[in-house]
Design a protein around this ligand. Structure first.
Ligand code: AMP
Length: 420
């Protein structure tokens, strides 16, 4: 029969690589704990409307990248989550987390997201995001703390040469003022812009500035900048975020073209980039969304968040030749000579495992030589040998592989000798 292949844009993470993922996840959890963020796990699918409202009807994600299905036997439309801010904010409102005495609410998540994109290196249809959200504070120190939190995480992973780009997209009112000027500018060059941008002008002109087509970027180089239309308060917020980042020594560049073109994105927007990873150089994206909680039916609560892709982080680590210090291999392999010795080994591995020792034995009736090879391949720290004479004396031979040192001990002592 024909073999069935993995769906395009997805990947298996196999043993040998999965240890790196576990390492990154464990490091992220520990990192977030230090910043007082708690983990939240929301469903992999939500009602489609959540993303239509929470990501925005005019975004690429909602327009063309969502995996949606109808709930069997009902008319409900469900969508595999393309991102997780909307889900977290939904849960925040639904579980009244704003009422908890611990404020602001600081949450993080780790998990798969799904987007129907054109797959390439660093761009998948199922990918993993690690992200965080802070709800209930618009203090600029929170914006700086979040940027610093990701930046420091990348630093801890050993990455160098990272760039933080940031901007302020102002408040809804700031953008209204800016929009008039922007529209006047864009209408003059409308017919020279790409097709997507021509339609963006009418639906969401700010997103024209985000276009990746080089000709469009050139044409809009001198477009009126949002930064010039910020209210005094918005400008002060942005200045304060920068002051905090400077105090922490986090390098950043203000990029007036960086936009998050949705109504409820407000003030700080940022991206972290690394030049060498090629076509997709953005490692992390984030920003403030003071209008989103209300958009999803909650009270008007401020929020800010970011997400980064683990696959892209792995690419970045590879490009910089960074090897994560992951632990592989087992502690102990028991080699046996006879079926009777195997019975003893079977109870010994059980005792070892219960004492916290990673222990293994042979299940394939291999000769002693092949078992020793198996122990080697598993990079066992200790090899334990039970031959005929050891069996007769109730002893085992323990060999420490690193030193080659070996000694015979009572079988009943083995667990104590190897106990973690
Ligand atoms: P976004 O939610 O689009 O702002 O993306 C935030 C981060 O998630 C990006 O900077 C990437 O690291 C990662 N990411 C987004 N889309 C993909 C994808 N299709 N494949 C892999 N990683 C992605």
């Amino acid at each position: 029969m024909a073999r069935i292949q993995i769906p395009r844009g997805t990947q298996d993470i196999l043993p040998g690589t999965v240890e790196q993922w576990q390492y990154i996840e464990a490091k992220a959890r520990e990192h977030f704990r230090r910043f007082n963020y708690q983990e939240i796990r929301t469903p992999l699918f939500e009602y489609t409307e959540l993303f239509q409202r929470g990501v925005g009807e005019t975004t690429d994600i909602v327009e063309k990248e969502m995996y949606s299905v109808k709930n069997p036997r009902s008319e409900d439309q469900l969508t595999l989550r393309p991102e997780n801010t909307a889900g977290v904010v939904r849960s925040y409102v639904e579980n009244k987390m704003y009422g908890s005495p611990n404020q602001p609410t600081k949450l993080y998540y780790i998990g798969p997201m799904f987007r129907h994109e054109r797959p390439q290196a660093g761009r998948l249809r199922q990918f993993t995001q690690i992200g965080a959200e802070t709800l209930g504070s618009s203090d600029p120190s929170i914006d700086a703390e979040m940027i610093a939190m990701v930046f420091r995480f990348y630093e801890e992973m050993g990455l160098k040469g990272l760039r933080v780009d940031m901007n302020s997209v102002g408040t809804r009112e700031d953008r209204e003022r800016h929009r008039t000027h922007l529209l006047a500018f864009l209408n003059d060059i409308r017919h020279e812009l790409c097709e997507d941008c021509q339609s963006r002008i009418d639906r969401n002109p700010l997103r024209v500035l985000d276009c990746k087509v080089p000709k469009d970027q050139e044409l809009t180089k001198n477009a009126p900048s949002l930064l010039e239309h910020l209210s005094e308060e918005s400008a002060a917020h942005f200045a304060s975020v920068q002051k905090y980042l400077t105090a922490l020594g986090i390098p950043f560049v203000v990029d007036p073209r960086l936009v998050r073109g949705l109504d409820y994105y407000t003030l700080t927007a940022f991206e972290i980039k690394m030049a060498e990873i090629g076509a997709v150089e953005t490692l992390c994206g984030g920003g403030r969304y003071n209008g989103l909680v209300a958009e999803l039916g909650g009270d008007d609560m401020p929020g800010i968040g970011f997400a980064f892709g683990v696959e892209r982080l792995m690419l970045a680590l590879q490009k910089q030749g960074i090897e994560l210090p992951v632990k592989t291999g087992i502690d102990c392999y028991i080699v046996v000579q006879t079926p009777e010795a195997k019975e003893v080994a079977f109870t010994l591995v059980d005792q070892l495992r219960r004492a916290g020792v990673a222990a293994e034995m042979d299940y394939l009736d291999r000769k002693m030589k092949a078992q020793l090879k198996a122990a080697d391949r598993l990079t066992a720290q200790y090899t334990v040998i039970i031959g005929e004479s050891e069996l007769a004396n109730n002893t085992v031979v323990v060999k420490e592989m690193a030193t080659g040192e070996q000694k015979e001990i009572a079988a009943a002592e083995l667990v104590n000798v190897l106990r973690k």
